[in-house]
Design a protein around this ligand. Sequence first.
Ligand SMILES: CC(C)(COP(=O)(O)OP(=O)(O)OC[C@H]1O[C@@H](n2cnc3c(N)ncnc32)[C@H](O)[C@@H]1OP(=O)(O)O)[C@@H](O)C(=O)NCCC(=O)NCCS
Length: 240
Amino acid sequence: MVKIVKRRVTKSEAELLIREIKKTPNIVGYSLAEWMAAEHIIVAENEEGKMLGVCLNYDFHEHWYKIAALFIFEEFRGQGIGKLLFYQSYKDAMERHKNVYTISANPIVLKMMKDLNFIFFESLLDLPKIVIQYQATFWWHSLIWSLNFYRIKEIMRKSIDISRNEPKTLTTSASNINCWTGLRVYKYFTNFVYGIHIFYDVAESRYEPTDESLENFFGISTNHTPIQQRPTVCNYISDF
Ligand SMILES: CC(C)(COP(=O)(O)OP(=O)(O)OC[C@H]1O[C@@H](n2cnc3c(N)ncnc32)[C@H](O)[C@@H]1OP(=O)(O)O)[C@@H](O)C(=O)NCCC(=O)NCCS
C-alpha cells in the first residue's frame, strides 16, 4: 500500500534524492540545503516508511506555491504514484489558499496539468493577463532559481555529460549551440510549458474552491464558482 504524507525529508533521504536526480535526465533538482529547508514536501512511502517518490513544493510569494520537483524512484514509476503526489501538492496549495505555478517539459506532467485545468503559457514574456500584476514576482523568482550555485553546477555537469555521450557532428545547428547552454540538461524535452492555477483571486480578494477534476480524484465536494472564463489550453497540449 502507498501512503501519501506531507512531511519534511530526512538528511539521508535528501542525499538519496540528490544522487538519483543527478542520474536522471530532464530534471535539475535542488540542493541539500533546499531539500532540508523545504516545508511543503509531499512524500509517497510504503508501509515500512520507505520513500517511493516525492514532490517538493514551496511558496515563493504570499499568494504563490510552486510545484517544483516531482520525482519517483525508477522502479516505482508508472504505478500512479507521480499523479497522486502531483494532485496532493495541488490540493495542498488549494487548502493553503495559494495559487499554483509549475514548469515542465515532461508529457506525463503536462497531462496532469491539463487534467487539473492549468492555464498554460510559453514563457514569462507571455504571462496570462489574469496574473500580470505578478510579473515582477515571476521574473524575480525565476532569476533567484537560476542563479543558484547548485543548479548552475548541475546544468553544466549534465550538459557536458550529454554532449560527451552524443555523436559529434560538424554542423552549427541550434541543437549544437544548445550544447553550451543549460537547455542540454533536458536531453529529450526542450519544449517547456509554464502552467498556473488560480485559487486566490487578488482583484476580488476571494478564494476560489477547487474544480471538478480534483473533486473527482479525491472525492471532495465543493461549490465551484469559476473566477472567469479560462484561456484556452495551447494547441500543443492537445497531443496528449
Ligand atoms: C514524471 C514522473 C514523475 C511520473 O510519475 P509516475 O509515477 O511514473 O506517473 P504515473 O504512474 O502517476 O502516471 C501518470 C499518468 O501518466 C501516464 N504515464 C505514466 N508513465 C507513462 C509513460 N511512460 N508513457 C506515457 N504515459 C505514461 C499514466 O498512465 C497516467 O495517466 P492517467 O492520468 O491517464 O492515469 C516520473 O516518471 C519521474 O519521476 N520521472 C523522472 C523525473 C522527472 O522527469 N520529473 C518531472 C520533472 S518536471
